[in-house]
Design a protein around this ligand. Structure first.
Ligand SMILES: [Zn+2]
Ligand SMILES: [Zn+2]
Length: 338
């Protein structure tokens, strides 16, 4: 009975697909089969996520954003890794504490499982000589801040390897993007494939109620995966409480899951040609090795939900119904276009 209900739900979802991918199909005469499959698979993990709830002071409290569905993303010609540019390079810049070193090293491992791309962790390097106009000292904290342009324009482009999908610098210095800003957690130049993120403020426990011992690690992983998502043209998510949602402050970062919502999961799976169940299994293995079995358990439940869809799609009757549904969508979009 549950299986029949799930089949109905999935077919209903397929039949009520929005127009962007349908109009894409009318142009090409063929809908990407991976898109079709992921449209069904993403529905299977909806129960694991909460709809976006905007609180006072949150990112969406002050920013107007339109979001982007998986179907819109797949039809938007996003920037993707190529056969020649597949490696993500992580470059630590500055002097790190043992805890910060651990967080950066684990972020490299986590991103390998998250994006299914090779990740290279470079040896630590010093900050170098920063021009006067790209640094300042803020009086109320008495700390040196480095303008992000130093990293994005001066330091990183010179170091960018030919096979880099992205070069991401982590630094322990505080960052600011321009004179009118107090600080920024990070900034990326998407077309240049470089980004810089600061760990300086991530150890701040003043907002914490539970003081998770891995707070710095969790925040570092969230920032690394979120910003890398932008490098593959992923917009901020507004539909769910999601790793790809914008954040305005650390409490908001902490509240967000360390995982992509159904829409954003499908974007990664499609962009990297990465089987979603396999992806969840690799992420679960990461947490089993790194001491958070409760995270691993939920990830394996998501893998099981995805695998249920695979079983359904393996049944010829369901497949036939699904394809009939898709033909109706194509006919509808063709007649709308003409
Ligand atoms: Zn962002
Ligand atoms: Zn999302």
């Amino acid at each position: 009975m549950r299986l029949i209900a799930l089949i109905s739900l999935l077919l209903l979802t397929a039949c009520s697909m929005p127009s962007p991918s349908a109009s894409n199909a009318a142009e090409t005469g063929k809908i990407d089969e991976r898109v079709e499959r992921l449209i069904l698979q993403k529905e299977a993990i909806v129960p694991f996520f909460e709809p976006m709830k905007i609180r006072e002071g949150d990112w969406l409290d002050s920013q107007r954003e339109s979001g982007e569905t998986f179907e819109e993303y797949a039809a938007s010609s996003p920037t993707l890794p190529t056969a020649e540019r597949r490696t993500i390079y992580v470059q630590p810049v500055g002097r790190f504490t043992a805890e910060q070193k651990r967080a950066v090293s684990l972020a490299a491992d986590f991103m390998t499982a998250f994006y299914d791309l090779p990740v290279r962790l470079n040896p630590e390097m010093p900050l170098g000589s920063v021009p006067k106009d790209k640094q300042r000292r803020i009086e109320y904290r008495n700390n040196l801040q480095i303008r992000t342009a130093y990293f994005l324009d001066d330091l990183l482009p010179k170091m960018l390897p030919k096979d880099a999908a992205a070069l991401i610098a982590f630094t322990n210095y505080d960052l600011y993007p321009g004179d009118t800003w107090h600080f920024v957690f990070g900034q990326a130049m998407l077309t240049e494939r470089v980004g810089v993120y600061s760990l300086y403020r991530l150890s701040d426990m003043t907002l914490e109620q539970d003081n998770d011992k891995d707070r710095l690690l969790l925040r570092t992983l969230k920032i690394a995966t979120h910003e890398t998502g932008h490098m593959f043209s992923m917009k901020h998510c507004i539909k769910y409480e999601c790793l790809m949602s914008g954040t305005n402050h650390l409490a908001e970062t902490d509240r967000r899951p360390l995982d992509n919502c159904p829409e954003c999961m499908a974007k990664v799976a499609w962009a990297m040609n990465y089987d979603p169940a396999e992806r969840y299994q690799k992420l679960a293995a990461f947490w089993q090795t790194n001491g958070r079995p409760e995270e691993a358990k939920v990830l394996l439940e998501k893998a099981a939900a995805i695998n249920t869809v695979k079983v359904i799609l393996g049944r010829s009757s369901a497949r036939k119904m699904f394809h009939r549904c898709r033909e109706q969508i194509i006919q509808r979009s063709t007649s709308q276009a003409s």
